[in-house]
Design a protein around this ligand. Structure first.
Ligand code: SF4
Length: 482
């Protein structure tokens, strides 16, 4: 992987040639020791290498110690990461009990203080306790100063992170992990490539953590994560990964494992591409959406091709289509493999469309649906509603999985809209970034309703929120009947 510096985190060692590690995050309340210990244990048994726990206040920071002790009593020794956003004192306390502390530069300092003032006390505690720090920038929570200087851009994300890295370096603190995450896959890929470039220019080398934030659930969440994380792993970038799904966090682990198995071991390129890849590179014709082909009939595909040709003459134009041929993969494996392979070809402008074949293990409809999903997450062709949903954590104040399901049921036919469903108002409004409409949990099962970044309705009961959302979409002129 990219980083070669050694970093010891608990009983594991990252960097060099060690395999990419998997991280997840608890969704329980941190003060609920029993539930949190159970969830951490389940994640560890599923193959997770580190678990992050939300840490919002002094009580929760202290409870990390208790959680660690309880895990020890049942023989679970897994590195824990405290997720701290706003208050440096909490990070300094948590750093005494866990292997790593994650801080978010966008939330960590205020306009009155310098980065050094806030960061140096944490560096001292971490040095004393041999604790690592992840500097984790999210696209949706850049500071006002960074937004003013660089805008809400990949460069802004990287600069926000580098300000903190330089302070750490100056104070001889190198036990760092870096991340730049976004819910937009292309933005996330761009930011990570830019980060690597910056590190190389400045002669620095730290492990990089990868993730697509607010990826949502089901196939959409898996395709978004596989596209962003898989593309970067296949290019040798990334040392730890987190697949964020708005589901039980244990469901994240098999997806992450597949990504690590297929792309996280610096595989020979021949093993990374599909079992069989037939490609004719012809100039990409901008302005025409990438095409979707299947071998048999599918209403979702643009063409069904019986003659096995991969060059299409349509009107006066020629299209070169990549045919990705897999052999009897399960649908779960196909989602990961085809997504990463197609992402590489599409982002490198090497194909005018996708044609997925998997013998008869998946249907033509499934293959076409997956192709459209891949094109949508890359912003190349919009065929349905996009859902941005957080994976929830101990901060969540709504039953997000149920709410998201219901929102999907009612609105997934409105092509082109982006709808966000977020668990809390601390990070939700910022991190749903460019959604057209958003629902954000505010406590006691209530939600706030947003149009873009504007708050429209405050504290609606969760049961009434779907109707309120539909009315808002209708009143704004964006509704379409099924
Ligand atoms: S939006 Fe809030 S509840 Fe959702 S993952 Fe982020 S911090 Fe947790």
């Amino acid at each position: 992987m990219y980083a070669s510096s050694e970093i010891n985190i608990g009983n594991t060692s990252l960097g060099g040639n060690s395999p990419v590690r998997i991280q997840s995050m608890t969704t329980t309340k941190t003060m609920d020791t029993v539930a949190t210990v159970n969830q951490v244990a389940n994640l560890a048994k599923a193959g997770c290498d580190f678990v992050r726990i939300t840490t919002q206040n002094i009580n929760e920071a202290n409870n990390l110690k208790v959680i660690k002790e309880e895990l020890g009593k049942i023989g679970i020794y897994i590195p824990l990461i405290a997720d701290v956003h706003f208050i440096p004192k909490i990070a300094e306390l948590a750093a005494q009990f866990v292997e790593k502390v994650r801080i978010n530069p966008g939330n960590y300092i205020d306009s009155q203080s310098s980065i050094s003032e806030k960061l140096i006390p944490l560096l001292s505690v971490c040095k004393k306790h041999n604790t690592a720090i992840r500097i984790g920038v999210n696209h949706g929570s850049l500071s006002e100063t960074i937004l003013y200087k660089y805008g809400n851009t990949a460069l802004g994300m990287v600069e926000s992170l580098m300000e903190f890295v330089r302070v750490c370096k100056k104070h001889n603190f190198n036990k760092l992990v870096l991340s730049v995450k976004a819910s937009n896959v292309v933005m996330m890929i761009d930011a990570n490539k830019l980060l690597v470039e910056k590190l190389l220019i400045e002669g620095l080398n730290y492990p990089i953590h990868l993730g697509v934030t607010e990826a949502g659930s089901e196939d959409e969440g898996r395709v978004k994560s596989a596209s962003g994380i898989g593309y970067l792993l296949a290019h040798g970038i990334g040392d730890t990964i987190r697949v964020s799904l708005s589901e039980d966090p244990v469901a994240e682990i098999p997806v992450a494992k597949m990504l690590v198995d297929f792309y996280g071991k610096r595989l020979d390129i021949a093993k990374r591409i599909p079992h069989e890849l037939i490609r004719v590179a012809i100039k990409f014709f901008s302005g025409k959406p990438p095409l979707v082909l299947t071998s048999g009939m599918s209403e979702l595909a643009d063409y069904s091709n019986h003659n096995e040709s991969i060059n299409l003459d349509i009107g006066k134009k020629k299209y070169g289509i990549s045919k990705l041929v897999y052999h009897n993969l399960s649908i779960e494996e196909l989602i990961i493999r085809a997504t990463v392979d197609a992402t590489i070809l599409l982002l490198n402008n090497e194909t005018d469309g996708i044609w997925i074949e998997n013998n008869s293990s998946t249907t033509d409809d499934q293959n076409a649906k997956l192709s459209l999903e891949i094109l949508q997450v890359l912003g190349l062709r919009i065929s349905k509603t996009e859902f941005i949903a957080c994976p929830t954590c101990g901060r969540s104040s709504v039953v997000l999985v149920d709410l998201l399901q219901e929102v999907k049921k009612q609105t997934s036919h409105i092509r082109g809209l982006k709808i966000a469903v977020m668990g809390c108002s601390v990070n939700g409004p910022g991190e749903m970034a460019d959604a057209d409409y958003g629902m954000v949990g505010t406590g006691n099962g209530n939600v706030d309703l947003y149009k873009g970044r504007k708050l429209i309705h405050k504290n609606i009961k969760q049961e009434q929120s779907i109707d309120a959302l539909i009315n808002l979409i209708k009143n704004s002129g964006d509704w379409k009947n099924k």
